[in-house]
Write a protein that binds this ligand. Structure first.
Ligand SMILES: C[S@@+](CC[C@H](N)C(=O)[O-])C[C@H]1O[C@@H](n2cnc3c(N)ncnc32)[C@H](O)[C@@H]1O
Length: 180
């Protein structure tokens, strides 16, 4: 078992835990099975969690976690539900593990959401995007998202990519954006 290079999702949590200093408001842009929301709810005062599928939303609401607001809608509609700045946003793109593989995030709405999310981020805030390139839409998301983030002004945002060099090209990758 690797301590650092094992699992990008666990690594994303460690980065957030250690480097996001102000832990007031967070967004889980893709609730799914709630692994990221569980993590965020432990460290942030308030968490907004989005998913377009009703089932994961109902399931998570049943947990009755006080500081989590579950929103059964698409993450490209952040502004309909959130009218405050946020300190952290997590995306775990793709389809729900164990669910319908045809219901997946989409490059158009993912990118729209990322653009809005960057506006919502507080100074010192972080956005972490885990991209799963093993399916067609994931490959398109990778291209569009990297192309967009590459052009962000470096005096305002730091953008870093983590990927496995000695695994297949389709292995998951993570992008970290820190707002100055
Ligand atoms: C890889 S899973 C997320 C895993 C999750 N973060 C966890 O901890 O288990 C991706 C989720 O994104 C959801 N999704 C797809 N398109 C979405 C959209 N436009 N807005 C919000 N959620 C979306 C899917 O329904 C699916 O549950």
């Amino acid at each position: 078992m690797y301590r650092y290079v094992g699992n990008i999702s666990d690594l994303s949590h460690d980065i957030i835990k250690n480097y996001v200093l102000n832990k007031d408001v967070a967004i889980d842009a893709t609730l799914g099975n709630g692994y990221d929301t569980d993590f965020l709810s432990e460290f942030f005062s308030k968490v907004y969690s989005f998913d377009i599928q009703e089932e994961p939303c109902i399931k998570y609401k049943e947990k009755n976690i006080e500081n989590v607001e579950v929103i059964n809608d698409s993450h490209h509609l952040f502004n309909t539900y959130i009218n405050t700045k946020v300190d952290c946003i997590i995306y775990n793109l793709g389809f729900l593990p164990g669910g319908d593989k045809n219901i997946t995030t989409n490059h158009i709405t993912s990118l729209e959401s990322i653009k809005l999310g960057l506006e919502l981020l507080n100074s010192g805030g972080m956005m972490v995007i885990c991209i799963y390139r093993g399916h067609n839409e994931g490959k398109i998301e990778e291209t569009c998202i990297l192309q967009y983030l590459k052009e962000l002004p470096k005096n305002k945002y730091g953008v870093m990519v983590q990927s496995y060099l000695n695994r297949q090209d389709i292995s998951p990758m993570m992008v970290i954006v820190e707002k100055k």
